[in-house]
Design a protein around this ligand. Structure first.
Ligand SMILES: Nc1ncnc2c1ncn2[C@@H]1O[C@H](COP(=O)(O)OP(=O)(O)O)[C@@H](O)[C@H]1O
Ligand SMILES: [Mg+2]
Length: 385
């Protein structure tokens, strides 16, 4: 008779035994409710290095690192499995030869026909390779992010040197005038100019420092208008006087939830590209508004805040348009471009649940549109508010 009852398998016990035994990619073994090993398959022998006769009857904490044992990790895991019917764990485990591997362990409580706990089945995979690949990817991403930031900083310093020079000129000439005048009111005004210029210099360095600081990626809820206010100084300083920047931010924009440091860098990248595309005089517009999408932009649906950077530059030829988001793709001479800017923009847009679109024609300028999802408060906190 075929039964769906999982305590009454159709396959005879010894066949199950054979099946479990033959698995070599997973360590599958059973422990009794006190944590002692009662069965051991071929995979367990392959992964952990012990033969069945070396481990049966031993406590399963022998597979954990000494530090995990001191912290009571094996017991905690077993208790959690017994109380909740199962548990999962990821961490270092020790082989017979003392080497370690990164294990993904799943525990599952086994009952007999009467519903009594007979033990806990443990299935373990060695995912050391997978973990290392993931760590390497993170490291590469972090490096790219860092390289990008350095590039952006390098680009900013040219404009900033110019601004600091202007501020110093104001300070020096005001000081000379204050020294030479006999009129106390005039001296007073000159001193005020010096203070104002000094303060502007301080604000500039503050912005630069907060941008340069090595911060972990952290996502916060921000009002787009505040973010633009905080970045505006940097944006303006990145442009020569021959380029006119117009910033238009729709009032009362909804919140977005992003890594603000990264978003600042994305905006700088788009602006640098717009600047580089303009030979001589030109215009750049930064517009922030809100749009409702129904799948027309990369299948996105719902409410999005749109950051649009439009320039009057040379535009992009159709032949290279499909390649501009590729890492290291650049049409700029050595030392001017790294080809990493738009790659970062693209990664950021995807990671944040949004998208980046480009419209451009040679001679007609370029328009980049970044869409970021509106922050949705969880249903219960909406009721609270
Ligand atoms: N606003 C723009 N106008 C014209 N071309 C652009 C614009 N933005 C990007 N591009 C093109 O895309 C390429 C890749 O941009 P990006 O990834 O920022 O790298 P980089 O600026 O270092 O070259 C640029 O070299 C340029 O050819
Ligand atoms: Mg660029």
């Amino acid at each position: 008779m075929v039964s769906a009852d999982r305590f009454n398998p159709v396959m005879p016990d010894h066949r199950y035994e054979q099946l479990v035994q033959s698995v070599v990619d997973y360590a599958i073994y059973m422990i009794d409710p006190s944590g002692h090993v009662v069965s051991w398959n071929a995979g367990a022998q392959r992964i952990k290095g012990y033969r069945a006769d070396e481990v049966i009857g031993q406590h399963f904490s022998m597979f954990f690192t000494p530090q995990d044992c001191t912290e009571g990790r094996p017991e905690r895991l077993l208790r959690q499995a017994l109380e909740q019917g199962g548990a999962q764990d990821e961490g270092w485990r020790v082989r017979k030869d003392g080497t370690q591997f990164w294990a993904l362990a799943v525990l599952h409580v086994i009952h007999d026909d009467q519903g009594q706990v007979v033990g806990v089945a443990k299935v373990i995979r060695d995912i050391t390779d997978r973990r290392e690949a993931a760590l390497q990817l993170d490291a590469v991403r972090a490096q790219l992010f860092q390289a990008q930031k350095l590039e952006a900083l390098g680009q900013l310093t040219g404009g900033l040197a110019h601004d600091f020079n202007n501020l110093l000129t104001i300070i020096l000439s005001s000081a000379h005038l204050a020294l030479s005048t006999k009129d106390p009111a005039r001296a007073q005004r000159m001193l005020q100019h010096i203070i104002d210029a000094g303060q502007r210099g301080t604000e500039l360095t503050q912005q630069l420092l907060s941008f340069a600081r090595h911060r972990k990626l952290d996502v916060t809820r921000v009002a787009p208008a505040n973010l633009i206010d905080a970045t505006r100084g940097l944006l303006e300083h990145a442009l020569p006087g021959s380029i006119e920047l117009t910033v238009l931010v729709q009032p009362d924009l909804p919140l977005i939830e992003v890594d603000t440091g990264q978003l600042q860098m994305v905006l700088l990248n788009l602006l640098f590209n717009a600047r580089d595309a303009i030979a001589g005089a030109g215009r750049i517009g930064l517009t922030v508004d809100v749009v409702e999408l129904a799948g027309e932009v990369e299948g996105l649906r719902g409410g999005f805040v749109r950051f649009e950077v439009e320039d009057s530059g040379e535009g992009i030829a159709p032949a290279i348009l499909p390649r501009i988001f590729e890492p290291f793709f650049t049409t700029k001479p050595f030392g001017k471009g790294t080809g990493l800017g738009l790659c970062q923009v693209y990664g950021f847009a995807r990671q944040s649940g949004g998208a980046i679109c480009v419209k451009s024609e040679p001679g007609q300028g370029t328009c980049m549109q970044l869409y970021l999802p509106i922050y949705q408060a969880p249903a219960d906190s909406q009721l609270d508010g």
